[in-house]
Write a protein that binds this ligand. Sequence first.
Ligand code: BDR
Ligand code: CA
Length: 314
Amino acid sequence: MTTPLILDCDTGIDDALAILYGAYHGADFRLCTVTHGNVPVERGTRNTLTLLDAVGLTDVPVHQGAARPFAQELHTAEFVHGDDGLGNSHLPESTRQISGTLAAAEIVAQARLHPGELVLLAIGPMTNIGLALLLEPQLPQLIKRVVVMGGAVGVEGNISPTAEANVWHDPEAAQLVVDAEWDVVFVGLEITLATVLSSEALARIENSTDKRAKFAWKIMAHYLDFHEKTMGVRTCVLHDPLAMALALDPELGGYRLVNAYVELGQGPSRGALVGDLRKTRPAPTDARTKGVIRIVESIDSETFHEKFLEALGA
Ligand code: BDR
Ligand code: CA
């Protein structure tokens, strides 16, 4: 069973791991679109091509997208992902051409061509998705399901006290995604923190002779260094691979519908995804309602970790 997928990414280290996961576990990558985020969009585009080439998906078209957010300056995160976005691994780069159509236009074109068929997975800031929603107001009816890696509902942020990076990098775009009347899951820090890799799992990757594991290990060192500095333990969090896993296999998670909004003010909470978790209010019942999202309440982390290691041949 394969899942026809539009992947919108900002290829950095965990985006790369998500591509490796998807390539092994049945993602039918119809196209990849790239946004600013971890690195400038040109670098993220080149990295996406390099990753697809590495897993033999040399015919998946890659479309460059937004170079900056809707209403704020560009910020990138080389301190997390390395100057090259791939952990300063300086891998030989793909020489493949990027596709001509710009990202948002191609998302709309493919959604129109395959109405109700495609899963949209966004693992970077949501600028391209926001632009696509502005170009085609019917997009929510054309897309089967949306999975976003983003938000920190009810937990601390990773880029500000309350905000997770993908939402914080373009809050106005994220609000468009929250308000669109589609079935959208926000895979946030409240659940991705359950994906921290154990030392045994890291050893399996390090000791594997499989070329996918060697590739992953090479790009992961910088990510492990970053987590060691911030978390005090040499490990890493698999944000984007978990979003990929839930896009391909929704049964790995348990979900809750909540009313939500993005904090758009200019104060310190800007970019926070706020979910109404109050038990004293009636829970929404229809995912395809303005301002209603799914958050992930639980995952089968043992199965997820095994599938992740399997994808790397570890
Ligand atoms: C998200 O931000 C980026 O650094 C990662 O690639 C992931 O998509 C985690 O907050
Ligand atoms: Ca990402």
